[in-house]
Design a protein around this ligand. Structure first.
Ligand SMILES: Nc1ncnc2c1ncn2[C@@H]1O[C@H](COP(=O)(O)OP(=O)(O)OP(=O)(O)O)[C@@H](O)[C@H]1O
Ligand SMILES: [Mg+2]
Length: 382
C-alpha cells in the first residue's frame, strides 16, 4: 500500500483499472438486466412464426448472454492491456521529469549549483522545468556573490591587519621606535578597519532591505549645504573648488535627511578623491518634469516632477566599460590607487541602495577617461 501511495505511476494505473472495472461491471449489469426482457419480447413474436418451442427461446437467451459475457471479457482484457500501456507512457511523460527535478533539487541542496534539468515541449511540466532551471541559476549566482563577498572582505581585512602586525613586530624587535608617528600609523589602520566594518554593516542592512528611513519634509538646498559645509575644509586642503547652484523653484521632498546627507557626502567625497588639485566640483539642484534628461529607463513612476541633484567633477572620469560596474560592491577602477586613499568600493553601493529606498535613482555618466564624471540623484517630489 505504501509503494502505491509513493508512486504516481501506480496511482495512474489504478485509476485506469478502476475506470475499466466500473465500465465492465455496469455493462455486465445492464446486459444482465435488459437482455432477457428484450429478447423475450422479440422471441415471443418470432418463435410462433418460426414454429419453435419455449425451449428454443431459453437456449437462444442463454447463448446470447454467454456471447455478451465473452465479448465483455475480451474487451476488459484489451482495456486492461491499454491501461498498462497508457499508464506506462503517461508515467514516463509526467513522472520522469518530476523525478529528474527531484534528483536535481537534491543535488542543488548538496551544493552542486550547476545542476539543470532537461526541458522538452511547451506544456506545464516544461514550464515548471524552465522555472526550476531559472531558480537554480539564481541560486548559483547568489552563491557566487556570497563567495565573492567573503573573498573581498578577507582581502580588505588582510592589508590593514598585516600592516598593524608588522608595526607591532617592529616595536617588539626594537626595529621601530615607539614614536607618535608609529602609533599614528597603527591608529590610521585601525580607523580604516573600523570604517570597513561600519560600511559592511550598513551594506548588509541595505542589501537586506532593512534601511529604517525617518522621513520628513526637507529642503534639498539645506541637505546640500550641510554636506558641502562638512567637506569644505578637505576641498580647500586639496585645492579643488566646490560650487553650488540652485534653480529658483526649490521644491521640498520627503526624505530621511541623515541618509540623504550620507549619499551626498559619499558623492562629494568621491568627486574630491577622484579629482586632481586645481579641479572643480559642482553641485546643482533642479526640478525636472516627468521626462528625465538621461534616458527613460530612469523615469520614476508615481510622480509628476523629480528633483535632480547632480554632482559634477572635472576629475579622472570613467570609461564606458567601467561605468556599469561602479555601483557593484567592492568595485574599484584602480585597486591600488583607491586603497591608498582608503576606499573599499562600498560607498556607491550603499548610496544607490539609500536613494532607491527613497524611491529614487542614482545614475552615473562620464564622457570618458580624464573628462570628469557626473552623478545624478533623482528623487520624487513630495
Ligand atoms: N567621481 C568619480 N570619478 C571617477 N571615478 C569614480 C568617481 N566616483 C567613483 N568612482 C569609481 O568608482 C569606484 C567605486 O566608488 P565607491 O565610492 O563605491 O568606492 P570607493 O570610493 O573606492 O571606496 P569607499 O567605499 O570608501 O567609498 C571608485 O573606486 C572609483 O574607481
Ligand atoms: Mg567612495
Amino acid at each position: 500500500m505504501k509503494t502505491i501511495r509513493q508512486h504516481l505511476g501506480w496511482k495512474l494505473f489504478i485509476s485506469y483499472v478502476i475506470i475499466i472495472v466500473v465500465g465492465v461491471v455496469s455493462l455486465a449489469i445492464t446486459a444482465e438486466l435488459h437482455t432477457p426482457t428484450a429478447i423475450s419480447r422479440h422471441m415471443a413474436e418470432m418463435v410462433p412464426m418460426m414454429g419453435g418451442s419455449m425451449g428454443m427461446m431459453a437456449d437462444l437467451t442463454e447463448s446470447f448472454t454467454q456471447t455478451v459475457n465473452e465479448v465483455l471479457l475480451v474487451a476488459a482484457s484489451l482495456a486492461f492491456v491499454a491501461a498498462v500501456l497508457v499508464s506506462t507512457f503517461v508515467t514516463r511523460r509526467i513522472v520522469k521529469p518530476v523525478q529528474e527535478m527531484k534528483t536535481a533539487s537534491q543535488r542543488i541542496a548538496d551544493g552542486r549549483y550547476e545542476e539543470r534539468v532537461q526541458v522538452n515541449g511547451e506544456d506545464e511540466l516544461a514550464e515548471l522545468g524552465r522555472s526550476f532551471n531559472r531558480m537554480a541559476h539564481e541560486l548559483a549566482q547568489t552563491e557566487e556573490r556570497r563567495r565573492q563577498l567573503i573573498g573581498d572582505v578577507a582581502h580588505e581585512l588582510r592589508t590593514p591587519l598585516s600592516s598593524i602586525k608588522s608595526v607591532m613586530e617592529g616595536l617588539q624587535d626594537g626595529v621601530l621606535d615607539s614614536e607618535p608617528e608609529t602609533f599614528a600609523n597603527v591608529e590610521r589602520e585601525v580607523s580604516r578597519l573600523q570604517r570597513l566594518v561600519r560600511d559592511l554593516e550598513e551594506l548588509s542592512r541595505a542589501e537586506a532591505g532593512q534601511i529604517q528611513l525617518e522621513k520628513e519634509l526637507v529642503n534639498p538646498k539645506e541637505l546640500v549645504e550641510t554636506a558641502v559645509a562638512r567637506l569644505h575644509p578637505q576641498f580647500a586642503d586639496k585645492q579643488v573648488s566646490l560650487e553650488t547652484h540652485y534653480s529658483p523653484d526649490q521644491p521640498t521632498i520627503t526624505a530621511d535627511p541623515a541618509m540623504m546627507t550620507q549619499v551626498l557626502l559619499n558623492l562629494l567625497g568621491n568627486a574630491l578623491q577622484y579629482t586632481p588639485p586645481g579641479g572643480q566640483v559642482t553641485v546643482q539642484c533642479s526640478v525636472s518634469s516627468k521626462q528625465l534628461p538621461v534616458n527613460n529607463e530612469h523615469y520614476l513612476p508615481n510622480t509628476d516632477h523629480c528633483l535632480l541633484i547632480t554632482v559634477t567633477d572635472t576629475g579622472i572620469g570613467l570609461t564606458a566599460e567601467q561605468l556599469p560596474h561602479i555601483f557593484e560592491r567592492f568595485y574599484r577602477v584602480d585597486k591600488s590607487r583607491s586603497r591608498a586613499g582608503g576606499g573599499s568600493g562600498i560607498g556607491l553601493t550603499i548610496s544607490k541602495h539609500l536613494v532607491e529606498a527613497h524611491n529614487g535613482r542614482l545614475i552615473a555618466t562620464s564622457p570618458g577617461l580624464n573628462q570628469g564624471s557626473t552623478f545624478t540623484i533623482i528623487l520624487p517630489v513630495a
